[in-house]
Write a protein that binds this ligand. Structure first.
Ligand code: FES
Length: 139
């Protein structure tokens, strides 16, 4: 085996070891190139708001990577649940009508806009539609 053959085989071996970790690049792993999970796409699901956290104003829950909140005035909000800083799941703070990350305290408005760093990218906002006790959350 000459030097070129050896390097080719070593290179293929290294690539083969890395391939199972994440085929198709970082996006295929559900992570951006910063390690933050990408906001869910093609969202379309329903939640029952007659029971659980969404039955009361100020409640919130996370489903399918989306945080769904019921404001103190009874309207519903839905945004991507992963903080755009490092991916920690955010919370809804009804008293101030905003989303807050418990990790480094990034804050987002009710429309997902960054109002305090260290996050520097807005959350993705989803549509909501209430039909009886069934809340549809969709892209
Ligand atoms: S992970 Fe949310 S502020 Fe750092």
């Amino acid at each position: 085996m000459d030097r070129k053959e050896f390097l080719n085989q070593v290179g293929i071996g290294a690539a083969a070891l890395l391939a199972p970790v994440c085929l198709g690049g970082l996006a295929a792993c559900g992570k951006s190139n910063t390690g933050v999970p990408e906001a869910p796409k093609n969202v379309d699901f329903t939640v029952d708001v007659s029971t659980g956290a969404l039955a009361s104003n100020g409640g919130f829950l996370v489903k399918n990577g989306v945080i769904i909140a019921r404001t103190n005035s009874g309207t519903f909000l839905a945004v991507s649940a992963a903080c755009t800083h490092e991916g920690t799941t955010i919370n809804f703070v009804a008293s101030s009508n905003k989303f807050v990350c418990p990790n480094h305290n990034a804050q987002f408005s009710s429309t997902g806009v960054v109002t305090q760093g260290p996050a520097n990218k807005n959350l993705t906002v989803y549509n909501t539609s209430l039909n009886g006790n069934s809340l549809r959350v969709y892209s």
